[in-house]
Design a protein around this ligand. Structure first.
Ligand SMILES: Nc1ncnc2c1ncn2[C@@H]1O[C@H](COP(=O)(O)OP(=O)(O)OP(=O)(O)O)[C@@H](O)[C@H]1O
Ligand SMILES: [Mg+2]
Length: 322
């Protein structure tokens, strides 16, 4: 890919607060038009990274190009191309939805009619048009978050940074934010950098993901790539009619293990559990054919995929963070 096919390219971005290193070295490339996930335990450096990429936090060292502008030398141009939806809401609670747009739009030097026109469009995108004249302080968490996104889009940015947009929201509002994120990406062509602690959510909406811990990027790739590389593989559970009573059982287990190239095979409460590698696409048909040949009748056949949460815990370990 040519350099200008990327929305973000950064090399060795570092941030120290005094002697403390919040981000050791951020080296990432975000393609135009992708939803890029930032995952990591509390204190990993996600918000600091977003701060650096949006000019809110000055890097200690390193370089970055955001929307093809140089982060250090062209800060104002970078700011014109990005929007940040911060971890804490940044709305003016005493103002109505529309007044929030007027306030922010004026700061961007936009004319009132221009602001109103764009605000009306954006309020429709986030399903808040009928609330345009309602004081935003009384909105639910989900509505506030949607309004924050809409206000963030007022100056027509190309890259949207969403810092834990679904944290603290109810399931309905979380789904609404996810759908909105996908819509902005697919229909409006926005490049989106998205942080979340919800692994299932990241798996659902992010095209690619970085996992950070203690200020470092420790893994990156698509969800499938991460699962293949860092997941412990898949587990096949089998329940066979009459298994556990026959004298050929042990041999069957040995053959199954060999056939599936399994790392481990065990019998748990009469069920066979096979721990296999994640990348054998033929595994289901291989096992069923083998069992058919053995005239074994299958009562239950389950196969579980490695989850992104498992990958995350394998990489970041289970100890709690300060
Ligand atoms: N202004 C600051 N001064 C000193 N230390 C800071 C400052 N901002 C962040 N830190 C520290 O830098 C580290 C990274 O913080 P950051 O907010 O980037 O983490 P995070 O990955 O966003 O975490 P969370 O998931 O809790 O939002 C933390 O240890 C934090 O305490
Ligand atoms: Mg944060």
């Amino acid at each position: 890919m040519a350099e200008n096919d990327y929305a973000i390219v950064c090399t060795g971005l570092q941030k120290k607060f005094g002697a403390f290193t919040a981000v050791e070295s951020l080296d990432i490339k975000v393609k135009k038009g992708e939803i890029f996930g930032f995952l990591g335990p509390n204190g990993a450096g996600k918000t600091t990274s977003i701060g650096m990429l949006t000019t809110l936090v000055t890097p200690t060292s390193g370089t970055a190009k955001i929307a093809n502008y140089d982060l250090a030398g062209e800060g104002a141009l970078v700011r014109s191309k990005v929007a940040v939806i911060p971890q804490e809401f940044a709305l003016f609670k005493a103002l109505t939805a529309m007044e929030n747009f007027w306030y922010i739009g004026t700061l961007y030097g936009m004319k009132k009619e221009e602001i109103t026109k764009r605000a009306e469009e954006l309020l429709k995108v986030v399903n808040l048009y009928d609330k345009k004249d309602v004081i935003s302080g009384g909105f639910s968490g989900g509505m506030k978050q949607r309004l924050s996104v809409a206000v963030g889009l007022l100056h027509e940015p190309e890259i949207l940074f969403m810092d834990e947009p679904t944290t603290g929201l109810d399931p309905q509002s979380r789904i609404a934010i996810r759908e909105l994120t996908k819509k902005l990406n697919q229909e409006h062509g926005m490049t989106i950098v998205y942080t979340t602690h919800d692994m299932e959510e990241a798996d659902k909406i992010c095209h690619r993901i970085v996992i950070m811990d203690h200020g470092n990027v420790i893994a990156q790739g698509t969800s499938d790539e991460l699962k293949k590389k860092y997941g412990k593989g898949r587990v096949v559970e089998l329940e066979l009619d009459g298994f556990g009573e026959g004298r050929y059982d042990k041999k069957l287990l040995e053959e199954l293990k060999k056939l599936a190239d399994a790392r481990d095979i065990s019998v748990v409460e009469g069920r066979i559990e096979l721990h296999i590698n994640a990348n054998d696409g033929q595994i289901v048909s291989k096992i069923t054919k083998f069992l058919e040949n053995k005239k074994a009748s299958i009562l239950e056949f389950k196969i579980s995929e490695p989850s992104l949460e498992e990958v995350f815990l394998n990489l970041t370990k289970k100890d709690l963070r300060d």
